[in-house]
Ligand binder design. Structure first.
Ligand SMILES: NC(=O)c1ccc[n+]([C@@H]2O[C@H](COP(=O)([O-])OP(=O)(O)OC[C@H]3O[C@@H](n4cnc5c(N)ncnc54)[C@H](O)[C@@H]3O)[C@@H](O)[C@H]2O)c1
Length: 255
């Protein structure tokens, strides 16, 4: 048990699986009270009990539910110090622009981008009142690099998350509110496994571009999020925080 987040209250969306779940556990290990917002009612309460936090059923595309999520953190635990706006989807119907219809495009924009707007809009007023806060929004390495194996709405949504985070970080820098974008490389989570289960060739094509030659683990993302959430990163805001096994720095990778 550490103390790096002692006394802090954190909201984590998408906290029932993958990167979000690993971060919920890491935050709790470091002393934070964690409020999880997710759709997964089967696991949400159990995970909240495990970490001594709270679970709120929350569809991150719904403004009232998002507002209620952050209000729960304030009412139950007294503040909103950290927001990890992380819930996201990567459905197979989002593919090349030639094959992706408008419904698939809109669904991904709602869950991946509009949700981050709603969460930041809900969190920032609490943080301004406190004079401090740290927001971490999950973007992706595809926000800074193009892929021939396209998921057009996903990439566009993550580009939006990245530029929104940067702008908010600049706007609120003098009021003590830091906003950073986490840009993971490919991470071994249900989201990625589902995407590649049907297409091994696609997975292999991705892996060849990672200098480290492997996918990241959720715990490796959680450690980066912990750093951005804690006061250790006090001079870091509006940042593109790439945690990608070297992908974005590589031109040729080792054999
Ligand atoms: N896994 C990767 O390779 C990778 C790479 C870069 C970025 N990311 C991003 O990281 C984030 C987390 O991804 P993951 O791989 O851990 O995914 P995951 O599928 O393991 O977990 C996503 C969680 O979000 C929840 N969720 C989905 N839609 C929701 C909604 N409308 N409202 C509330 N909760 C909802 C799910 O129930 C689930 O618990 C996503 O934003 C994803 O785009 C993932």
């Amino acid at each position: 048990m550490g103390t790096r987040l002692e006394g802090k209250v954190a909201v984590v969306t998408g906290g029932c699986s993958g990167i979000g779940l690993a971060t919920v556990r890491r935050f709790a290990e470091e002393g934070a009270r964690v409020v999880i917002g997710d759709l997964d009612d089967t696991n949400g309460e159990r995970i909240a009990d495990e970490v001594g936090g709270a679970y709120v059923h929350c569809d991150v595309t719904d403004k009232d539910q998002v507002d209620a999520l952050f209000a729960t953190a304030k009412e139950r635990f007294g503040s909103v110090d950290i927001a990890f706006n992380n819930a996201g989807i990567s459905p197979p119907e989002d593919d090349s622009i030639l094959d992706t219809d408008l419904d698939a495009w809109r669904k991904v924009q709602e869950v991946n981008l509009t949700s981050v707007y709603l969460c930041c809009k809900a969190a920032i007023p609490y943080m301004l009142e406190q004079g401090k806060g740290s927001i971490i929004n999950t973007a992706s390495f595809v926000a800074v690099m193009g892929a021939a194996t396209s998921q057009i709405s996903y990439s566009a949504s993550k580009g939006g998350v990245l530029s929104m985070s940067r702008e908010l970080g600049v706007q609120f820098a003098r009021q003590g509110v830091r906003v950073n974008a986490l840009c993971p490389g490919p991470v071994n989570t249900p989201l990625l496994r589902e995407l590649f289960a049907k297409d091994e060739e696609r997975a292999a094509r991705r892996l060849v571009h990672v200098p480290m030659g492997r996918f990241g683990e959720p715990e490796e993302m959680a450690n980066a999020v912990l750093f951005l959430a804690s006061d250790e990163s006090s001079f870091i805001t509006a940042n593109t925080f790439l945690v990608d096994g070297g992908i974005s720095g590589a031109y040729v990778t080792p054999l």
